[in-house]
Structures are given as structure tokens and as C-alpha cells.
Design a protein around this ligand. Structure first.
Ligand code: GAP
Length: 504
């Protein structure tokens, strides 16, 4: 039986990954806190993403924008007028429900891109009632998802500001400064990881739909006429994506696995850059241990496209509650830079050396990933119940595992404990490591298996003579004997995939 989202949430609480926020006061829907194991996993996900897409590339730099900024930003971006979901109230009990989710739950159909009128007529036609009290519902209306706050001590309209609903806009407003100061030439990307806030009507499915979450986003800028000149395409041209086009959705066909080069030659994805980033982002998940069978890329149908998007593909993941958006990758064209140029009266164009003309760059795609949705994917794909061990083994990729190595003295003898403690101290200089002397070694192994620690190191009586320890591999429980002086180097090579455990 596959793990449900409720079971995962219970597991996450029990093992110190995630807690309902302010639980001693009953919690608050859509808000979660990360515990001692969860914060490590979340930080590792962000670290790996930043390393792959910023530090290891020559064409992407990062920023860290503020959560509250000039409210004019959100007017220009279109969020003040258009960042809404359809809301519906129950006539009797006042229950407020997100209208599209209500229909999806009641009729098991997709509501992608449905307009208010269509939502209203479907609800009437199918006599959909309040899921709580079964009474009739009001007409659906638009609800803006931005949280407001007041800046300064006086609560008046002029001081109203917003908590950012996406990190992207801070990239656009800083575009010129970053481009000038980092001396960037097209094509280039600007990346950011940070909190975003949305007053979701129906937060649900644990970390899937939250009101406070984190995003990892890149705005990738190109010359408007060079959307098919991606110099890195060869890196992914044979990579396979499971493609679900607008046409397949309309004609109720199944998605199809295709190589990037074939997707492009058949013009399924219109630009090289868009295909490249879809592949790079999918590859990142797979290389960190996610199950490729649970991934697909789905094209937004016309009516579903956001106000800024020329074409959007989502990377979707097959969650226990269905195929859902994991990451959105939209082609935002020049929408944002143009909007901010007009509203701020600042010239946000760049000088193109080749044509000797000024151009407004196009965001050929914007890979936008929620950190917590990535967290869910890695947890779902790592969670394994091991019948022989009679416990959960969390097979997280060593790079993102909260603890990389746990060190145990076999027995509580001073000279053995002393060696184990000094090994832990040495490992801690480089990796998050853990010393544990309580309970049987079997119990200590299972505690580490459950939080995904890839390597356990045991110091025994023999270690006093041969200066070696036993290292145990989480996934198959195989063991090897290695020299104490080589532990740190060995663990580092195992984590980085430079050696396999079987080679020890
Ligand atoms: N800048 C574009 C943008 O924000 P989006 O599709 O609204 O696009 C991007 O959001 C990603 O952020 C989603 O694919 C998802 O991973 C994450 N996300 C969005 N809303 C979320 C929520 N309420 N809770 C958790 N993650 C969310």
C-alpha cells in the first residue's frame, strides 16, 4: 500500500521533521515548523539546488530580496488586480471553499483554467453542496491571495504593503543593478531562494498547499530573437521526459516518454531554452534519488495560463492524491520587465553588443520550485518499510540526508567511547554527524535508518588494536572495515558518489 499524505505527516511529526506551527495552541492551517531533522533536510535541498543552478554555472547569479517591498511592485506585476482564486461561501454555515477544488473533489474532473461563470454553472448543474453541512452555496467570487500588512505605526491605506506572493518580482526590480554590477551578458539567469506567502483559501495536503512556504526560482533572460540558441542543449538532448501536451489532455490521451531532441524536432516544446530547463530541473530531482516514473511535464491549456505567461509547462509528480504541480516553468516573455519599466519609469532594457541596439530581454523560462513540495517528493520516494528490519528505512540520497554519519561505541567502555567521540568531532567539522551510545546497536541502527542516515560507524574492542572501525550502509545493511584515519575521506567520497560502498 502506498504511503498516504496523512501517514507521511504523522511520520514527519514523530521523527522530528515537521510540526504543525504553534501546535500547543491548536496550530494554524497552512503553517508548519520544521524540526531538528526537517530543517537539515530542507537546508540540504536548498543547498543542492543553489549549488547546481547558481554556484556551478557561469551564467546564473543569486540575490536575496526582501519579503516586504514597495507595494507599487505588486500593482505593476498584476498581482494586486489579478492574483486571485475563485472563492465560494456556504449560505448556511459560512464555510469558505476554493471553488475549483470543490468541483475537483465532487466530480473528479480537472478545472484547469475555468472561468468564474463556468465554475458557477457546473456547481449549479451538478447541485454541488457545502461539503461540511450539505447546504446550498453562494455565487463564486474572486479572492486576492496576497497577505496585507501595515508599514509604519499608522494604520492607513497609504501604508498598506504586501507579503510577497512569489520571489520572482524582486528579481525583476533588481534586474538592472544585478546585470550592471555582475557584468552579465545575455543569456543569463538570476536566482533566488526565499519565503513566499499566499492566503490560500483551502490550505491542505500537509506541505503541498501552505500559506507560508519557500520558493527556489530562476528568471532566465535571453535576447528576444534567440530563444532557439541554447548552447547547453547537447547536455540534455537524449534525456527523456514524460510529455503531456495540451492536445493529449483535450483528447484524453496518455502522456508519452520522449527524448528532448525529439520533443523539439516535433515542435512540442517551442523553444530550446524551455526544453533545456525542463530537462535540467527534472534531472536534478532524479539525480537526487527521486523516482523518474512519477514525473511528467504537463503543458498548461490556453485558459489556464497566468496573466504573464506565453507558454507554461509544469513538472508534475504523481502524489498519493494524484498528479499535481511540483514546479512551474513559465515563459514570461518581456511581460515583467516591460511592466516595471512603464510603472517605475526606469529603462530596464540592455544594450546588445551584436545588433548595437537596446533590447528588453525575454524571460524564456522561469523555473519556479516550492521547497516544501520538493521536500515531499524526496520523502515519498525515500520512505521504505523494511520487513526484515521491521522498521522504516528512509532511503534519502546521502547529499540531502539530515545526518550523514552516526558514530556508536559498541559498549560503554571509556576507551571505546573516547575514540567514538573523537571520530564524531572530526566528522562534524565537515558533515552533520551524530554520536549515540544509548540502547542496543540494533536499536541505534534503526533510529538512524528511520531518519535516513546513510552511514553508521561502530567502534569496538578490535578498534583499540587495529585502529579500524565498522562502517554500515543504510540501504543494504552491508558492512566494511575501514581505517579510522580514512573515515572522513571515505564518507566524503561516498556522499559525492566518487566511490561505491561495495568498493570499500
Ligand atoms: N513565480 C511563479 C510562481 O510563483 P506558481 O506556479 O504560482 O508560480 C511556483 O508557484 C511553485 O511554488 C509551485 O510549483 C509550487 O512548487 C510552489 N507553491 C506555490 N504555491 C504553493 C503553496 N501554497 N504551498 C506550497 N508550495 C507552493
Amino acid at each position: 500500500m502506498p504511503l498516504t499524505i496523512e501517514e507521511l505527516s504523522t511520520f514527519c511529526k514523530r521523527k522530528g521533521f515537521v510540526y504543525p506551527s504553534g501546535e500547543i495552541y491548536g496550530g494554524l492551517a497552512g503553517f508548519f515548523d520544521f524540526g531538528h531533522a526537517g530543517v537539515e533536510l530542507k537546508n540540504n535541498i536548498k543547498k543542492e539546488w543553489w549549488k547546481s543552478f547558481v554556484q556551478q554555472r557561469d551564467d546564473v547569479v543569486g540575490i536575496d530580496g526582501s519579503i516586504i517591498t514597495n507595494p507599487a511592485v505588486w500593482k505593476a506585476s498584476g498581482h494586486v488586480d489579478g492574483f486571485t482564486d475563485a472563492l465560494i461561501d456556504c449560505k448556511k454555515c459560512g464555510n469558505r471553499i476554493r471553488a475549483d477544488l470543490l468541483i475537483e473533489d465532487a466530480l473528479k474532473v480537472s478545472t484547469a483554467g475555468m472561468q468564474l461563470q463556468e465554475i458557477s454553472s457546473i456547481i449549479k448543474k451538478n447541485a454541488i453542496k457545502c461539503p461540511k453541512c450539505k447546504s446550498s452555496l453562494e455565487e463564486p467570487k474572486r479572492f486576492n491571495l496576497m497577505f496585507t500588512t501595515n508599514v509604519g505605526p499608522i494604520q492607513q491605506d497609504s501604508a498598506t504593503a504586501y507579503l510577497r506572493p512569489e520571489t520572482a518580482q524582486l528579481i525583476f526590480t533588481n534586474f538592472k543593478l544585478v546585470q550592471d554590477n555582475a557584468r552579465l551578458k545575455l543569456p543569463f539567469g538570476i536566482a533566488q531562494i526565499g519565503k513566499a506567502y499566499r492566503n490560500e483559501i483551502s490550505p491542505r495536503d500537509f506541505l503541498f498547499r501552505m500559506r507560508e512556504f519557500e520558493q527556489m526560482e530562476i528568471e532566465y533572460f535571453i535576447h528576444p530573437e534567440k530563444s532557439n540558441e541554447c548552447p547547453h542543449l547537447h547536455e540534455v538532448s537524449n534525456f527523456e521526459l514524460n510529455v503531456y501536451t495540451e492536445e493529449m489532455q483535450k483528447s484524453k490521451k496518455d502522456s508519452k516518454r520522449m527524448k528532448v531532441k525529439d520533443i523539439l524536432s516535433k515542435k512540442i516544446i517551442k523553444t530550446e531554452w524551455h526544453a533545456y530547463w525542463l530537462a535540467m530541473m527534472s534531472k536534478w530531482f532524479i539525480e537526487l534519488g527521486a523516482n523518474p516514473e512519477k514525473f511528467r511535464i504537463r503543458q498548461h491549456v490556453k485558459t489556464e495560463l497566468s496573466h504573464y505567461a506565453a507558454d507554461t509547462w509544469d513538472i508534475e509528480y504523481n502524489f498519493p492524491f494524484g498528479w499535481k504541480e511540483l514546479q512551474g516553468i513559465a515563459n514570461r516573455s518581456d511581460y515583467d520587465l516591460k511592466q516595471h519599466s512603464q510603472h517605475s519609469k526606469n529603462d530596464l532594457s540592455v544594450f546588445d553588443e551584436e545588433s548595437k541596439k537596446k533590447v528588453i530581454p525575454h524571460v524564456i523560462c522561469e523555473p519556479s520550485q516550492g521547497v516544501e513540495r520538493a521536500f515531499l517528493v524526496f520523502m515519498f520516494d525515500a520512505y521504505t518499510y523494511d520487513k526484515e528490519r521491521e522498521n522504516v528505512v528512509l532511503k534519502l540520497h546521502p547529499k540531502i540526508a539530515p545526518i550523514k554519519a552516526a558514530v556508536f561505541p559498541l559498549v560503554n567502555k571509556e576507551e571505546i567511547a573516547k575514540i567514538a567521540k573523537s571520530i564524531t568531532a572530526e566528522l562534524k567539522k565537515e558533515f552533520n554527524s551524530f554520536y549515540d551510545q544509548s540502547g542496543s546497536v540494533g536499536r541505534r541502527y534503526s533510529r538512524q535508518d528511520e531518519i535516513g542516515t546513510p552511514y553508521c560507524i561502530t567502534v569496538d574492542f578490535e578498534s583499540l588494536n587495529d585502529k579500524k572501525v565498522t562502517i554500515r550502509n543504510r540501504d543494504d545493511t552491508k558492512q566494511a572495515r575501514i581505517e579510522i584515519s580514512k573515515i572522513k575521506e571515505t564518507v566524503r567520497k561516498l556522499i559525492d558518489g566518487e566511490i561505491k560502498f561495495s568498493e570499500l
